[in-house]
Ligand binder design. Structure first.
Ligand SMILES: [Zn+2]
Length: 245
């Protein structure tokens, strides 16, 4: 049998923590699981293993404890809250080993907060370039790919995959969206590393500051445009001639 070395891209698989066969997930969790796993946006972007690992680290777990524990985690998303379970005993090569465990409910605000923190930490304003207009910026990736950022008065949008995935994640979870709106930093802005790079680029750390910086940026652009029109206004020429007289 020849080996399929150039097989098509493997289908996206959701994490074990979200799909354990021997665990009875809440109806809301089940509603977040789709036939096409690629559409499990809330589980992939909000209640992800990466966000869970960051939360455990924040709660004082060592990197070793996180690394061992995350493979045994069960993440069950309820309508209003998330249940995280890591058993404190595992069986390895026939031996029972004690590990650090956890069994508790977590606020969705914590998951939204950690997503925002992680996007903020990854945001690099030095990877941005000016776009064709004052309300556009371009984020360039390492492999020559680039994404367009549009600066609106009340939000920034990005053309990258993460942005659309995170946007769909919040569409699937109204309680998470509520926490995104209540978050003092974002006030509803979809968190994405390119968008936070824009914030850093124009000198904002919160949505409120962004809106203020946006107004200044627009005024500066409008003034610059007026200045140019003044310079090139041919109607002004005769007046200058008269003055010379
Ligand atoms: Zn982006």
């Amino acid at each position: 049998m020849p080996t399929a070395r150039f097989s098509a891209k493997p289908a996206v698989r959701s994490a074990n923590a979200h799909t354990r066969a021997n665990y009875n997930y809440s109806p809301f969790h089940q509603s977040l699981l789709h036939e096409n796993n690629g559409e499990d946006y809330a589980l992939r972007h909000l209640y992800s293993l990466e966000n869970t690992k960051a939360l455990l680290t924040k709660w004082g777990w060592t990197s070793e404890q996180v690394k061992t524990g995350i493979d045994h985690a069960t993440i069950d998303v309820y309508k209003n809250i998330v249940y995280l379970h890591i058993c404190n005993k595992i069986i390895k090569r026939g031996q029972t080993i004690k590990i650090r465990g956890i069994s508790r409910f977590i606020s969705k605000a914590d998951y939204v907060g950690i997503l925002i923190e992680r996007c903020w930490a990854k945001a690099d304003p030095y990877k941005l370039e000016p776009g064709s207009d004052w309300d556009e910026l371009i984020a360039r990736g390492n492999t020559g790919d680039f994404y367009e950022l549009k600066l609106y008065k009340h939000e920034v949008t990005c053309t990258c995959h993460a942005y659309s995935g995170i946007e769909k994640a919040f569409e699937q979870d109204s309680i998470a969206t509520k926490h995104l709106m209540l978050n003092v930093k974002t006030q509803g802005q979809i968190p994405d590393k390119h968008i936070f790079a824009v914030w850093k680029y124009i000198g904002a750390e919160t949505q409120r500051q962004y809106e203020y910086c946006w107004l200044n940026r627009r005024d500066a652009a409008v003034n610059e445009m007026r200045g140019k029109q003044w310079e090139f206004d041919p109607d002004l020429e005769p007046e200058r001639e008269l003055l010379d007289w």
